[in-house]
Each structure stands twice: as C-alpha cells, then as structure tokens.
Ligand binder design. Structure first.
Ligand SMILES: [Zn+2]
Ligand SMILES: [Zn+2]
Ligand SMILES: [Zn+2]
Length: 98
C-alpha cells in the first residue's frame, strides 16, 4: 500500500486510555474515522495505523474512576499508557515509518 500522508486526517480519541491494538498490541489512543474525515481510507487504530480491533489492557477501567486494578484485583497487571498528546498527533512528523 502506498502511504499518502499529504492530507490531515481526522482522528477521534478514545475515552479509555488503556486500549491496545489487537494486532500489534501497542497502546491505541484513538482511531481514524473516514466518515468524519471525509476520506476513503479505512478505519484504523492510531497511532499504529493497524486495521484491527482494540482490546482494553485494564479489566477494571471506568470512565469515572479510571484504573481500579489495585483496589479490585490487588495488583495492576498492565503497563501505564503513554500520555495522550505524545501519541495522538505524531502522524504528520515526517510521514514515514511508525
Ligand atoms: Zn482520513
Ligand atoms: Zn496496531
Ligand atoms: Zn487497570
């Protein structure tokens, strides 16, 4: 596939910061929505650009309280996701490998 990073795409952030890509297992901060974007490119995870689903690394996350693993499970069995801003808008940098 040919990478055409000449235009700016619209990415929608996920509320849950603990989502990971089902394909590459990296943190996912948002997704590309072609309807919102108005382009013909597929739905992809960001920033990895995989065409895959997402799965939450945190079984106890809630929109109100965040990660409850330490309280509910006694241990946090997942890593800490990177800050949103680090990942979400890295797309335009040099438009190459990710
Ligand atoms: Zn787009
Ligand atoms: Zn991925
Ligand atoms: Zn957790």
């Amino acid at each position: 596939m040919s990478a055409t990073y000449t235009r700016t795409h619209v990415y929608l952030p996920f509320a849950d910061p603990y989502l990971t890509c089902e394909l590459c297992h990296r943190w996912v901060t948002g997704w590309h929505n072609p309807d919102k974007c108005g382009c013909d490119e597929p739905v992809t995870n960001q920033p990895c650009s995989c065409r895959a689903g997402v799965t939450s690394a945190c079984p106890s996350w809630s929109p109100v309280d965040g990660c409850q693993c330490a309280q509910q499970l006694g241990a946090v069995g997942h890593g800490v996701p990177p800050a949103r801003t680090e990942l979400l808008y890295r797309k335009t940098a040099t438009g190459g490998s990710a």
